[in-house]
Design a protein around this ligand. Structure first.
Ligand code: GLN
Length: 532
């Protein structure tokens, strides 16, 4: 098959579902073909690794250790494949590459210009990534919105790429917002019409319009959009609100979106067998309901914990449990009061020393009152500090991350590999790493999920600190059992005997990042099972 390109742009506002359109379109090809999602971002940061989660949402870590946009989490969950860091392209990376080339004299004395040098560099990067991943279908999501100065060069590069391709190899989906102002109660298509005009003025002519609003598109709105976009009506699709994002492929299939994609790209139609698992009917079948509380500080933006939320949904579906998710901001005084009402708790990752004392109080409550809890990354570290302070009589126990002078009570200390690092970009202990598991509950859970090989498992990591090896030894014979370590001995999993606490399980890794609807993260399954 010849290489195929699907471009996804968006308009009016961001956050209306470009990723879900990209991932769903890719979903229809992903069983039979190699689908390569590429995200073009407008920011000048090299990657989101150094951005505040409140600013940018979750930082997703890929198996190769790249810190990327949370959209990659969705791509991996929908496309059932592992992405690599070079699929994430930012303007920061583009300019860094151009300046490097300029210094190397690659431009042979020419004046370096936005067009053609930067635009060529963009298309070269896209082609390079696409070829490295082994061709078939490349999904290119253009971040931000059409008209933003930050993405102008991407759109120009795409126009130039399209010029060189055959009509049947290049497809452009444009996602727009069709608002209904309360005072008129009518879908307004003007923003969509204008955005198509805007795209046309840039030499881009969308083949498909995806209209986003709470409800489906009305017949007359569809007609109007088709007329102004110069498209047949069956090229205009609705993307209304849904209870579960996993029902979007089904929803689009009902509108024959998949058939159109195959047809336009001249690819023989192939029906994805697993599609029925993603049906609303199956997703809504539940036998019980629980409330899980996600406790921590980046709660102002739910996207900060996107993968944790998805992993809970996956585990819930696996056990036929509806999981209601509530966020608790422990910086607020009433935080601990709310924890008292939890069926189950997850305390996800975090950085910095703010509100740590408040959290330690919450941890004591969870331990003493036997609330099932999964501790992720920073919270494995805090859970150990709390245990040393309150059970093992070491009141000065602390982490070097919070108090640079806490030695020799640095129960949590800097990893050896981090000691000479000055540059904070991309230098944490990242990548997928191996853990060897002892025969405890965690191992059983991984075994049940068929993720255990030779007593070993793999998860992704993102940290600089670890449980101090000499303090780790002091846990021997206590109720906190280290049941998983790296080959070099770094503590990666800790659990309490289920006779003492129903679920007191901690990991230094990020199990949420590899969770899939059909293969939920074992530690999340364990948490939900313990709480029902
Ligand atoms: N701040 C901690 C560390 O760097 C934990 C990081 C995390 O929660 N991902 O070790």
């Amino acid at each position: 098959m010849r290489k195929k390109y699907i471009i996804i742009t968006g308009w009016v506002i961001s956050g209306i579902g470009k990723w879900v359109t990209t991932a769903s379109a890719g979903f229809f090809f992903s069983e039979k073909y190699k689908v390569t999602p590429i995200k073009l971002d407008g920011y000048l940061n090299i990657d989101p690794g150094t951005m505040n989660p409140h600013e940018h949402g979750e930082v997703f870590v890929l198996a190769d250790g790249a810190e990327v946009d949370m959209d990659f989490g969705h791509y991996e969950r929908f496309l059932w494949s592992e992405c690599s860091g070079n699929q994430s392209i930012s303007m920061g990376k583009i300019f860094a590459g151009i300046l490097e080339k300029e210094r190397r004299w690659d431009f042979l004395g020419k004046t370096v210009q936005m067009i053609p040098h930067v635009t060529n560099h963009i298309s070269d990067r896209i082609e390079e990534v696409f070829s490295q991943s082994g061709w078939d279908i490349c999904m290119i999501e253009v971040g931000w919105t059409v008209g933003d100065i930050e993405v102008e060069l991407y759109l120009e590069a795409i126009r130039q790429m399209k010029r060189k391709k055959k009509k049947e190899d290049f497809l452009h989906i444009h996602l727009t917002y069709v608002p209904v102002p309360g005072w008129v109660d009518e879908q307004k298509t003007k923003p969509t019409q204008q955005s198509v005009n805007l795209l046309q003025s840039k030499g881009l002519f969308p083949d498909i319009i995806m209209a986003r609003w709470t409800e489906k598109l009305s017949k007359s709105s569809r007609e109007k959009i088709a007329l102004f976009a110069n498209l047949r009506e069956d090229r205009v699709f609705s993307l209304p609100d849904v209870d579960s994002i996993y029902t979007v492929p089904q929803l689009l299939k009902k509108q024959k979106f998949d058939a159109l994609l195959y047809g336009k790209l001249w690819i023989p139609f192939y029906e994805w067998e697993r599609l029925h698992e993603w049906s609303a009917q199956l997703l809504n079948q539940v036998k019980s309901e629980i409330t899980v509380w996600i406790v921590w500080k980046y709660t102002a933006l739910e996207d900060s914990y996107s993968s944790v939320v998805e992993a809970l949904r996956h585990a819930g579906k696996h056990l036929w449990v509806k999981t209601n998710i509530i966020f608790i901001d422990t910086r607020k005084k009433h935080g601990i009061e709310k924890v008292k009402k939890c069926n189950a708790c997850i305390i996800p990752w975090g950085f910095g020393d703010t509100w740590i004392e408040n959290m330690l109080e919450t941890i004591t409550y969870i331990r003493e009152n036997k609330i099932p809890c999964l501790w992720i990354c920073l919270w494995l570290q805090l859970m150990v500090i709390e245990y040393f302070r309150n059970v093992l009589n070491t009141p000065q126990a602390n982490s070097l991350e919070f108090d640079k002078k806490c030695k020799p009570n640095d129960i949590i200390t800097l990893l050896d590999s981090q000691k000479n690092i000055v540059n904070l970009w991309g230098t944490m202990r990242l990548w997928k790493q191996v853990s060897k598991l002892k025969p405890w509950n965690i191992k059983d859970l991984y075994n049940e999920a068929e993720r255990l090989k030779w007593n070993k498992i793999e998860e992704r990591f993102r940290h600089r600190y670890e449980v101090h090896p000499s303090f780790a030894e002091k846990l021997n014979g206590t109720d906190l059992n280290i049941t998983g370590t790296s080959p070099a001995g770094i503590v990666q999993f800790i659990e309490m005997n289920s006779k003492i606490h129903p679920y007191y399980t901690a990991t230094q890794s990020h199990p949420e990042l590899s969770s899939k609807l059909e293969n939920p993260a074992p530690l999340f399954v364990g948490l939900i099972r313990a709480s029902i």
